[in-house]
Design a protein around this ligand. Structure first.
Ligand code: PLP
Length: 445
């Protein structure tokens, strides 16, 4: 039997952690229901080392942030230089302008840009701007889409997959966290993704009250699910007809599926868009971008104040700029997409060879295998009805405990996506596929 714990770290480490950190972790998702907390000591390229000295092939990659891998030299050099010049002037630098110019040059909706510290903050400000613009109260989101952990001012934790356990056809969400008043959760509407008639019904039922539709244009928090042909254009049209603001949450898709994000890939321009993860390639930075008239609602000059002591410090701006220049190198995205497809096709073959019905999809390296779904699911309801969560968990447990592949991202309702990055070589992917094959065959026993 494999050890129930993937990492042979000294018990002393966990004892110390549990004495001062809730459940021994500094962030909730770092506590894996399967294993408890994990403790790592270093990361390079596609590999992580745990505090017990064991190396892992990393398929989590900073929850999708580390598009250039762990500790890429270009970012390390930029950070070193920024530290030497002083990292927090509390005012603008030319690097800030250059980074904003980069976003504006590549992202179709980005007439104006502001930076902030996390995806959560970017989506929070986006929804606040939408409410300020429309004078309306409600925010509509989609089942299985995740927009960060914020609550009172905007979505409530009902925006988290953690809060979406009801798949009974209603569009009213439950609050996904204790501490979110019902009155806040009631302002969030939830409808199935890839279903225009459900969206139209919600707009009919809440006419004149929906400030914004916020969505992951390619859903990447319930496995990876592509928008159906014409779906994004349909959402765009419905929002335009009603006067609601369309927000693309490109925290995962942005700078991953291309420099212009999903909006450039599908040719549908939202009013506002949020970026983080690949935008910082591991650094704590995010961007809110969009139509100039909407962005002008941010203070100053507008009535929606936006700031933060730690937002857009030179340190992260300089690092993000170095990362963006790397992503803009010719052939970067072709290489990433090729390796993502290699992973997806390889996983589909592993499943087929084992006689297991499955489908695999990949966008910009973010890759999912849906055991139990012979066709790629169209939304969370398809995932809920087809996906074999038990088998998936057995495979991943085996990968973690016996194969030294770090793969778990805790998602309660859907498979954990794999993050292939520019740091994963073809040989890394072959290695991962061999290990998946072994794990799949053990999980079947
Ligand atoms: N939006 C999406 C699509 C995300 O996947 C996430 C985080 O995973 C967020 C927003 C929240 O970002 P952060 O974790 O930086 O607050």
């Amino acid at each position: 039997m494999p050890s129930p714990r993937p990492m042979a770290y000294p018990d002393e480490v966990r004892r110390r952690a549990e004495a001062c950190l809730v459940s021994g972790v500094s962030r909730g998702f770092n506590f894996l229901p399967e294993f408890g907390p994990l403790y790592f000591s270093s990361g390079t390229g596609s590999r992580l080392r745990d505090v017990g000295g064991h190396d892992y092939l990393d398929l989590v990659m900073g929850w999708g942030s580390l598009l250039l891998g762990h500790n890429p030299p270009v970012i390390a050099d930029a950070l070193r230089q920024a530290v030497e010049t002083g990292s927090l002037f509390q005012h603008e630098t030319v690097a800030h302008i250059e980074l904003a110019e980069f976003v504006a040059r590549h992202v179709p909706c980005a007439e104006k840009v502001r930076f902030t510290g996390s995806g959560l903050e970017a989506t929070l400000y986006a929804t606040r701007v939408a409410r300020a613009h429309t004078g309306r109260r409600k925010i509509l989101k989609f089942e299985g889409h995740f927009h960060g952990m914020h609550d009172a001012t905007t979505l409530g934790l009902s925006s988290s997959p953690l809060g979406e356990r009801r798949l009974d056809g209603t569009v009213e969400p439950t609050a996904g966290s204790a501490g979110v008043p019902d009155v806040v959760a009631d302002l969030t509407l939830v409808v199935p993704y890839n279903d225009l008639s459900a969206l139209e019904s919600a707009f009919r039922a809440h006419r004149g009250d929906i400030a914004a539709v916020i969505m992951e244009p390619i859903a990447m928090n319930m496995g990876c699910i592509a928008p159906a042909p014409g779906y994004l254009a349909g959402v765009r049209q419905i929002c335009a007809q009603d006067g609601a603001v369309l927000i693309f949450d490109e925290v995962l898709t942005g700078f991953r599926v291309g420099l212009g994000g999903a909006q450039a890939k599908y040719g549908v321009t939202p009013d506002l868009a949020c970026f983080s993860k690949a935008f910082g390639c591991g650094l704590p930075i995010a961007a809110l971008a969009g139509r100039a008239d909407l962005m002008a609602l941010l203070g100053p000059p507008g009535p929606v104040p936006m700031s933060g002591t730690n937002s857009a410090r030179l340190l992260v701006v300089a690092g993000a700029l170095a990362a963006m220049r790397e992503l803009a190198q010719p052939g970067f995205y072709d290489g990433l997409e090729k390796r993502g497809q290699q992973m997806a096709q390889g996983l589909a073959t592993v499943a087929a060879d084992a006689g297991i019905a499955a489908s695999a999809v990949s966008f910009g390296g973010r890759t999912s295998i849906f055991f139990g779904c012979p066709e790629p699911p169209a939304n969370l309801r398809d995932v809920a009805s087809g996906w074999d969560a038990d088998f998936h968990t057995r495979v991943y447990r085996e990968l973690m405990t016996s194969q030294h592949v770090y793969g778990f991202i805790p998602l309660p309702n859907a498979p954990d996506p794999i993050n292939v990055t520019a740091a994963h070589s073809e040989a890394d992917i072959e290695e991962a596929l061999d290990k998946f094959a072994t794990a799949v065959s053990s999980a079947r026993r």
